[in-house]
Design a binder for this molecule. Structure first.
Ligand SMILES: Nc1nc2c(c(=O)[nH]1)N[C@H]1C(S)=C(S)[C@@H](COP(=O)(O)OP(=O)(O)OC[C@H]3O[C@@H](n4cnc5c(=O)[nH]c(N)nc54)[C@H](O)[C@@H]3O)O[C@H]1N2
Ligand SMILES: Nc1nc2c(c(=O)[nH]1)N[C@H]1C(S)=C(S)[C@@H](COP(=O)(O)OP(=O)(O)OC[C@H]3O[C@@H](n4cnc5c(=O)[nH]c(N)nc54)[C@H](O)[C@@H]3O)O[C@H]1N2
Ligand code: SF4
Ligand SMILES: [Mo]
Length: 690
């Protein structure tokens, strides 16, 4: 019997590759098959997408609620027992310590419907300002800089199909060959079309291998690099004076700031030789149109927002914005990294990318929710600040869709803070490291078992469809919120049906920046996704933003004058090296899902330290031998991976593993003053033979 495949999308990253799922009678209830027609990936999948069904296995995923017993163990319990326990604990915390002492921590992998309902649950049911999510650790610096310059934050203001049509693309701190493999096709097509690719990364990655020009700055110096390039562009008289005059504001201050960054100084700070800087400026300016794409490399710093502003300034100064095949874009990371930042699970935000401190926004959303605007709490703590306050100002926490015990900076301290809580509830698919610390764990449905919308890195709203029934004992996140709301005195307003939630989200977002009012499940299915803003059913959606005007009040893009500054923790005699962190092809994020997939886990079984042969020789370690990395916050031991592809003054660790082996034992929670992004991409360490 052959059944036709359900057209749906991958559970993992922001590319949201289209895939088919066909029901089978094996250990896994479905198999992944090709869905050739979806335009973003044209059938291609990476190994994570191809093996995603393994996490649906009943032996791998959770199938029963767990409640911590008096003896301290997690034991199977009924849904009623588990939900009662949560309801009682949240009520008691609010009564004893006030409503803001109840916290909520969401995730950028949650569907739009879940992110929306979670934000509403926090503000309306719990009445707490204490809600934020893991997207703060992801693209928040790019989002802040994008909003500052363009008045709108949509990761890519153009579809991916535009990338091969640019004359030059600068990819800053992104390694899509490992993090979004099907995206690499666009870079290949760019070069086939005669366009130039410049890659900026302290490691010559698989992505960098294919570049026309590869720049290897020291981690944490991209801000100086971008300022140096702007300096050269100005000095060579290659700015676009007409574009600057007609479509921007603030150029003079920005020009002056760039002129203070002499190329020779930039060479010394970044370690990028001056001739390479000149070549990069020339390739960028000679192209008919140019793009800058940033990913986490330049963004995850205590100066990530200013760094992205510096790259945006370079685009604006050269007229590379607000026209086709040119502009700045951020490669958003998580499955719903874009939509997850639009609909209200962020500390300062209401649906439709509205601001929580804007009276008009409060009035609009309160009317949709049927509550008094004055009853809505104000902005709350950012993700790391929230985690840091656990057990002190925040005493109960509900986590949905994140594993901060592994993925937060200075993770040992975060795990201690989680342990210091009076009460922790975690909704997850598997028993993650964070769930293992919880008082109550709720087993929830995942991608293939439920329907919902996500917004991919292009701003394309897509529909991830249910292909199979969940195992008995498992409920959706929406159902959890529905039942908890009812227990806490809100029988209405928290539907568990995703399409019903989406209908309300459309109304709540109407008139906002991220306007979904015209988008419906039916339209998404018929059109391979719809790009926001889409204010009415008759509106075609907006694949390309800013062609006529930017999203600011006067329609002009804003320059932001920025200055280079050192990392929060620079190398010194005791800790002479820079540690940077990131990803490998076969593991995803905290590894909660992919470490449970045998094919992926055998390809990437554990952490390692990537170091240059010179460093290895000085230390007397060979490939595969254990090396200790020591920072001000921790000590880890993992095998050496000796590679000439990394700068000799820098070491790299992937972050997908927990505890004493994890890269986040070291990372520095210094925060960006605007985005509150932690400095994941640089801290000072030394190496020792282990
Ligand atoms: N396989 C896999 N794919 C994923 C994910 C995953 O966990 N695994 N996660 C998804 C998510 S949520 C995200 S956010 C994306 C992230 O996607 P990427 O940003 O591509 O991933 P990273 O490995 O974090 O960082 C990219 C590069 O930045 C470089 N880098 C480090 N420090 C600096 C610096 O100071 N400056 C510059 N210019 N570069 C630097 C690193 O060497 C690395 O090669 O990937 C998504 N896709
Ligand atoms: N050192 C270092 N640390 C980093 C980074 C780095 O580059 N370096 N990158 C940062 C970035 S960019 C990110 S995005 C974060 C990610 O960090 P995390 O938030 O820890 O990411 P995930 O591992 O994706 O966690 C998602 C959790 O939710 C569960 N889950 C999946 N789907 C659902 C669902 O539908 N509902 C519910 N309730 N749960 C679900 C998964 O099983 C998993 O346990 O890590 C950050 N940490
Ligand atoms: S690139 Fe991302 S969306 Fe595509 S298959 Fe891989 S993990 Fe899934
Ligand atoms: Mo991310």
């Amino acid at each position: 019997m052959s059944e036709s495949a359900v057209e749906t999308h991958c559970p993992y990253c922001a590319l949201q590759c289209g895939m088919g799922l066909r029901r089978v009678a094996g250990a896994e209830p479905v198999e992944v098959v090709e869905r050739a027609g979806f335009p973003v990936n044209l059938g291609a999948l990476c190994g994570k997408g191809a093996t995603a069904a393994a996490v649906l296995r009943p032996g791998v995923r959770l199938t029963s609620p767990l409640v911590r017993s008096a003896g301290g163990e997690l034991r199977q319990a009924s849904w009623a027992q588990a939900l009662d326990r949560i309801g009682d604990a949240l009520t008691s915390t609010a009564r004893t310590h006030g409503r803001d002492a109840v916290g909520v921590f969401g995730g950028g992998g949650l569907t739009n419907e879940k992110a929306y309902l979670l934000g509403k649950f926090a503000r309306v049911v719990l009445g707490t300002s204490t809600i934020d999510y893991n997207g703060r650790f992801c693209m928040s610096s790019a989002a802040a800089a994008g909003t500052r310059a363009f008045g709108v934050d949509r990761g890519l203001p153009f579809p991916l199909a535009d990338v091969p049509r640019a004359g030059c693309v600068v990819l800053v701190g992104g390694n899509p060959a490992e993090t979004m493999p099907p995206f690499v096709r666009y870079l290949r097509e760019l070069r086939e079309n005669g366009g130039r690719l410049i890659v900026v990364d302290p490691r010559r990655t698989r992505t960098a291998e294919s570049a026309d020009l590869y720049l290897a700055p020291r981690p944490g110096t991209d801000l100086a690099l971008a300022l140096g390039l702007l300096h050269l562009v100005v000095a060579d008289g290659r700015t676009d004076k007409r574009f600057i005059a007609e479509r921007t504001t603030g150029w003079e201050e920005t020009r002056a700031a760039a002129m203070a960054h002499w190329p020779e100084h930039v060479e010394a700070v970044t370690g990028v030789p001056l001739p390479q800087l000149r070549r990069a400026a020339a390739l960028f300016c000679d192209a008919t149109s140019a793009m800058v794409l940033t990913a986490r490399g330049p963004e995850q710093h205590a100066k990530g927002t200013d760094t992205v502003s510096a790259w945006i300034n370079l685009c604006l100064a050269t007229g590379n914005a607000g026209r086709p095949y040119a502009g700045y874009g951020c490669l958003t990371g998580q499955g719903n990294g874009q939509g997850g930042r639009e609909h209200g699970q962020k500390a300062d935000q209401l649906p439709g990318y509205r601001k929580l401190d804007d009276p008009a926004a409060r009035a609009h959303v309160a009317a949709v929710w049927g509550v008094d605007p004055a009853a809505l709490p104000g902005p709350g703590r950012s993700a790391y600040e929230l985690l840091d306050a656990l057990g002190q100002e925040v005493h109960s926490l509900l986590v949905m869709g994140s594993n901060p015990a592994v993925s937060a900076p200075r993770s040992a301290r975060v795990a201690d803070r989680l342990r210091a809580l009076d009460f922790l509830a975690v909704c997850d698919v598997v028993l993650s490291e964070t769930a293992a610390l919880a008082d109550v764990v709720l087993p929830v449905t995942q991608w293939a078992e439920e329907t919902g919308t996500l917004t991919n890195l292009e701003g394309r709203v897509i529909l991830r469809r249910k292909a199979v029934d969940p195992p008995e004992g498992v409920r959706s996140d929406l159902e959890v919120l529905h039942r908890l709301a009812r227990r806490l005195g809100h029988p209405d307003g928290f539907p568990s049906d995703p399409e019903e939630v989406f209908a309300e989200l459309r109304r709540a977002s109407a008139g906002g920046t991220a306007d979904y009012a015209g988008i419906s499940y039916r339209r998404i299915a018929a059109e391979d996704g719809v790009f926001w803003p889409c204010p009415s059913p008759g509106h075609p959606g907006t694949p390309r933003l800013f062609l006529e005007r930017f999203g600011t009040e006067d329609g002009r893009a804003r320059f932001t004058p920025v200055q280079h500054r050192p990392a929060a923790e620079e190398p010194d005699a005791e800790f002479p090296l820079r540690l940077t962190t990131g990803r490998v092809l076969s593991q995803y994020q905290s590894g909660a899902q992919t470490r449970r997939v045998p094919a992926l886990n055998s390809a990437a079984p554990g952490p390692y330290v990537e170091l240059h042969p010179q460093l290895a020789e000085r230390l007397g370690v060979r490939e595969g031998e254990p090396v200790a990395v020591v920072s001000r916050r921790g000590r880890t031991v993992s095998p050496a991976r000796v590679s000439g592809a990394i700068r000799p003054d820098t070491v790299f660790m992937p972050f997908h593993w927990p505890g004493e082996r994890g890269a986040n034992a070291h990372t520095n929670p210094a925060l960006d003053p605007v985005s509150r992004m932690p400095e994941f991409k640089v801290c000072a360490v030394r190496l020792e033979r282990a």
